[in-house]
Design a protein around this ligand. Structure first.
Ligand code: FES
Ligand SMILES: [Fe+2]
Length: 372
């Protein structure tokens, strides 16, 4: 993977006030995405679900990690597993979607697996030399729950996630994130590189542009600031402003300055979430290729608040999410097209885009660790 000029990468590595954006090739070249598969997606912790989606025995959620279809499932002993959902026979997916089950039966030739991934039965395999169903087990990956988000790592011995996110967890203390549940989900087409979405999510500079009539009057770009620890894989963008008039009081324990702000956070590489005093959102993105991801935006709420909501409240929430996302999609799609133009070069970052600088350093740490 030598498509990116080393000088260009050194410009990304400069201190924030002297740094440039990632080179355009980082976004659209297939071999860069393939390297990201190895160095980021198969190594880092990826968020795959919320814990309430898999709270009961037999609950399962299917997820396509990049180049790795998996199922997260709670087995009969109450233990959580992240298993490959590729059948050990001839590689069909043993399950799709979400739900509750007692076992998984592959639809192709009916091989049946227990919830812990062991093979329970394989019909008409008598006489096959050396075949021992007792030795057949779906490969598994490491699972960790943090703030109610379920993470999976494909690394052999991943460094526990919670220890890397201590400072971020301290910032979230008053929000009680682990009690939130998904109450609405919206899915959007996203035919552009995953990093474009992450960058857009993590800066408020664009409130003066594409969100000038929506976010800017409430959360002005100039007031936003970034907190980060250079050596931990997260970033948080705080956007002081005004609490939404008449909104739900979702988080009653917030300090006064938290009550008036919106924050956006990223756990590198791909968990994005945001909260204000009146609501919380989780952007679930699953990169598929350099030019494509699956994108779902989930609305999160405490169960007692969700129970008190009527259809109008939910419709309003969904309309607000869709309106902001439509504005962001316009610029994300525009950036995607622009990055592929032959004259496009790296750009300069505003100091109001410090999170992007931080994310770029995390990307370089993984992809080009020798660039210092
Ligand atoms: S591929 Fe699954 S049973 Fe044959
Ligand atoms: Fe935006």
């Amino acid at each position: 993977m030598t498509v990116i000029d080393l000088e260009a990468l050194r410009k990304v590595r400069q201190p924030v006030n002297d740094a440039w954006t990632l080179p355009p090739e980082s976004y659209f070249v297939g071999s860069v995405f393939n390297a990201e598969l190895e160095k980021i997606f198969k190594t880092d912790w990826l968020c795959v679900a919320r814990q309430e989606q898999i709270s009961a025995v037999g609950d399962f959620v299917s997820i396509d990690l990049p180049a790795q279809p998996i199922v997260i499932v709670r087995d009969k002993l109450g233990e959580l597993h992240a298993l490959s959902r590729v059948c050990l026979h001839r590689s069909m997916a043993i399950i799709e979607g979400d739900g509750n089950t007692t076992r998984f039966t592959c639809p192709y030739h009916n091989w049946t697996y227990e919830l812990d991934g062991s093979l329970r039965s394989a019909p008409m395999m008598e006489g096959v030399v050396g075949f021992d169903k007792g030795k057949c087990q779906l490969p598994g990956f490491t699972v960790e729950i943090w703030q109610g988000f379920v993470f999976v790592s494909q690394a052999d011995q991943p460094k526990p996630l919670a220890g890397q996110l201590k400072q971020l967890a301290a910032r979230l203390e008053d929000y009680d994130f682990s009690r939130l549940e998904v109450i609405e989900t919206l899915e959007f087409p996203a035919a552009y590189n995953w990093k474009i979405l992450v960058e857009n999510f993590m800066e408020a500079y664009h409130h003066i542009g594409i969100h000038q009539h929506t976010f800017q009057p409430v959360y002005p770009a100039k007031k936003a600031f970034v907190e980060y620890n250079r050596y931990e894989p997260w970033s948080i963008l705080r956007m002081p402003g005004q609490a939404v008039e008449g909104g739900v009081n979702m988080f009653p324990n917030l300090k006064p300055e938290q009550r008036d702000e919106l924050f956006a956070a990223c756990v590198y590489p791909a968990l994005l979430f945001a909260a204000s005093a009146s609501g919380a959102f989780w952007y679930q993105l699953e990169p598929v290729a350099a030019d494509k991801m699956r994108l779902r935006i989930h609305v999160l709420a405490f169960p007692e608040i969700a129970a008190a909501m009527n259809e109008d409240n939910r419709a309003e929430l969904k309309a607000a999410v869709s309106m902001i996302h439509a504005e962001d999609t316009e610029v994300n799609a525009g950036v995607w097209k622009g990055l592929q133009a032959s004259v496009t070069r790296q750009g300069r970052l505003s100091l109001f885009e410090e999170s992007i600088w931080h994310l770029n350093q995390l990307w370089l740490d993984r992809m080009y660790p020798h660039i210092t």
